[in-house]
Write a protein that binds this ligand. Structure first.
Ligand code: MN
Length: 255
């Protein structure tokens, strides 16, 4: 059975990050997103959504994104590529004396102090854990609603213009990397791209902020079905975006 991503996240947070971080994700409807704030010192610390070092269960079956991402791609991607990042980040954390009871975000925010193995696999693990939850089985009318849609229209002019910007970030990434929608330090929504397994939480990243939506544009994410046609993969991907999860991340963002 498919498991709701929110339940996975809540279960993880209650289990491994006790205390103040176990506040109710998704319940903080009054989170002051996009209000001006000059004192946002740590974007990483500003969200109650945290990621651990273990690979969580995929929140749907391998074949449930069919027509957009084929089951074999999902299986290899999750059980081989992403599983390896999870295994290797734990190896790096052990070697570098990282407390794995603390969130991975703490490491990412200071990634310049760690090894290349930590950067590549810590980023790889975080990005994929997020990516799986950014998707859900295809729905007919798939668009954000409420505050999230309002914020997107305010920032980008329209939902279509946002999709164009975000899509271009993925299509134009040279080589392997990611496209992002994120909140920057001034609480603006931004789109951007990072190379390899870097992400906006990393202190070495050119694109910095709290990520709301992640798209994997490594060839392993699409090549079996789309071969060289990355743009087609990016355009189809909108059909399986889990906007509830994006909204949940936005609601979790605190200043
Ligand atoms: Mn990947």
């Amino acid at each position: 059975m498919a498991t709701q991503p929110t339940n996975n996240r809540r279960a993880f947070i209650v289990k491994t990050v006790k205390g103040s971080l176990a506040v109710s994700i998704g319940m903080s409807a009054a989170a002051p997103l996009l209000q001006s704030c000059a004192s946002a010192k740590s974007i990483t610390a500003a969200s109650s959504i945290k990621t651990g070092f273990d690979q969580l269960p995929l929140p749907y079956k391998y074949n449930e994104l069919e027509n957009v991402i084929d089951a074999m791609t999902m299986e290899i991607h999750y059980s081989k590529h992403a599983a390896a990042y999870a295994k290797n980040v734990k190896e790096a954390a052990t070697a570098e004396a990282v407390d794995m009871n603390k969130p991975l975000e703490d490491v990412l925010a200071n990634i310049s102090k760690y090894s290349a193995k930590m950067r590549n696999n810590g980023g790889g693990h975080y990005n994929h854990e997020m990516f799986w939850h950014c998707m859900r089985p295809k729905q007919n009318e798939n668009a954000p609603t409420g505050k999230l849609m309002e914020a997107i229209i305010k920032q980008f002019g329209s939902f279509d213009q946002f999709k164009k910007q975000f899509g271009d970030a993925g299509k134009n990434r040279f080589g392997s990397g990611w496209a992002w929608l994120y909140i920057d330090k001034d609480n603006n929504l931004k789109t951007g791209s990072t190379p390899n397994q870097d992400n906006p939480l990393m202190n070495i990243s050119e694109v910095k902020g709290f990520p709301l939506l992640a798209l994997d544009v490594w060839e392993h994410a699409y090549y079996l079905k789309y071969q060289n046609k990355r743009a087609e993969y990016v355009d189809n991907w909108w059909n399986v975006v889990n906007w509830n999860y994006v909204q949940e991340r936005m609601d979790s963002y605190k200043i």
